[in-house]
Design a protein around this ligand. Structure first.
Ligand SMILES: Nc1ncnc2c1ncn2[C@@H]1O[C@H](COP(=O)(O)OP(=O)(O)OP(=O)(O)O)[C@@H](O)[C@H]1O
Ligand SMILES: [Mg+2]
Length: 278
């Protein structure tokens, strides 16, 4: 599989905000990169430019010898099938079941009429079952999405993204609304799946310890520019201060601990649910 190359990628929104300033970045095939940085650094803008949910202002995005920025609408539609996306807000259809939400990951492939009548090929249904088993949701196949916990909803989001058999995975704050323990489980699952399926991935993540633990490379973005790019063990307190400004990392550590204590109960419930699902 190819590597992903961003060449002088820039995005200026109509409001005048320069969200990305000539970002150049190469992600070799099969690499899982964590993109960290303070709020407003341009992390979401960067990954949304890759599948052109946000139109770049200038620059190139090369994938498999195509420039994604230059694709026409037909080319872009085909390209998007190869790019999976997992969102923070899970973006599930609440009134549909877990299975239906996962199958909706095939919408780029089945015809409009097939999808409208919710008729999917048996091979797709088999594949959805396998994925739901892999993410630990076998017992929830027929449950409506709005009956699930946050962690379970994100597992559905992961299964749905993989349903289209992507080569490239874009993940935007997958754990932002989850408690710390569930966050770790979800992050571990995403990274394991990337390795199993040899996916190239960019994962936006606020949570620096998670990025450190699971990614093989960490890229730090600040005010639309790359200011750190190294292995996780290079992410010293000094580097973190550069990325996040004058933040005191001791204090940030204390806050993370408090969050863990406050969410402790929630994490336990999630764990029991997941144990029940297996
Ligand atoms: N649709 C938009 N229109 C105008 N400005 C935008 C838009 N989306 C983002 N911005 C601005 O672009 C900059 C980068 O935003 P972006 O959402 O990419 O940051 P981020 O690193 O993902 O932040 P967070 O960690 O809070 O999600 C910010 O200044 C933001 O206000
Ligand atoms: Mg964001």
């Amino acid at each position: 599989m190819p590597s992903l190359v961003l060449e002088k990628l820039a995005k200026r929104y109509s409001t005048g905000t320069a969200a990305l300033k000539d970002v150049s970045l190469t992600v070799p095939e099969d690499q899982v990169v964590a993109l960290v940085g303070p709020s407003g650094a341009g992390k979401s803008t960067l990954i949304r430019c890759v599948n052109r949910l946000v139109e770049p202002t200038s620059g190139r995005i090369l994938w498999d010898s195509a420039d994604i920025v230059a694709l026409d609408s037909t080319g872009l539609r085909k390209m998007r099938r190869r790019i999976g996306m997992i969102f923070q807000e899970f973006a599930l259809v609440d009134r549909l079941t877990v299975m239906e939400n996962v199958l909706s990951g095939r919408l780029g492939y089945v015809s409009f009429w097939q999808s409208w009548r919710r008729r999917f090929p048996q091979s797709d249904i088999d594949n959805a079952f396998r994925l739901l088993e892999r993410v630990g949701l076998t017992q929830y196949v027929d449950i409506r999405a709005d009956k699930l916990s946050g962690g379970q909803r994100q597992r559905v989001g992961i299964a749905r993204a993989l349903m289209q058999e992507p080569e490239l995975l874009l993940v935007d704050e997958p754990t932002a609304s989850l408690d710390p323990k569930t966050s770790r489980q979800i992050m571990r699952l995403i990274v394991e799946l990337c390795r199993e399926r040899k996916l190239t991935a960019i994962i936006n993540i606020h949570d620096v310890p998670l990025a450190r633990q699971f990614a093989e490379r960490v890229v730090g973005l600040k005010e639309g520019a790359v200011i750190f790019d190294a292995a996780p063990d290079q992410l010293t307190n000094e580097a973190l201060s550069q990325i996040y400004g004058a933040e005191d990392w001791e204090e940030a550590g204390q806050r993370a601990l408090m969050k863990f204590v406050q969410h402790g109960e929630g994490a336990k419930i999630e764990d029991q649910r997941m144990a029940g699902a297996r």
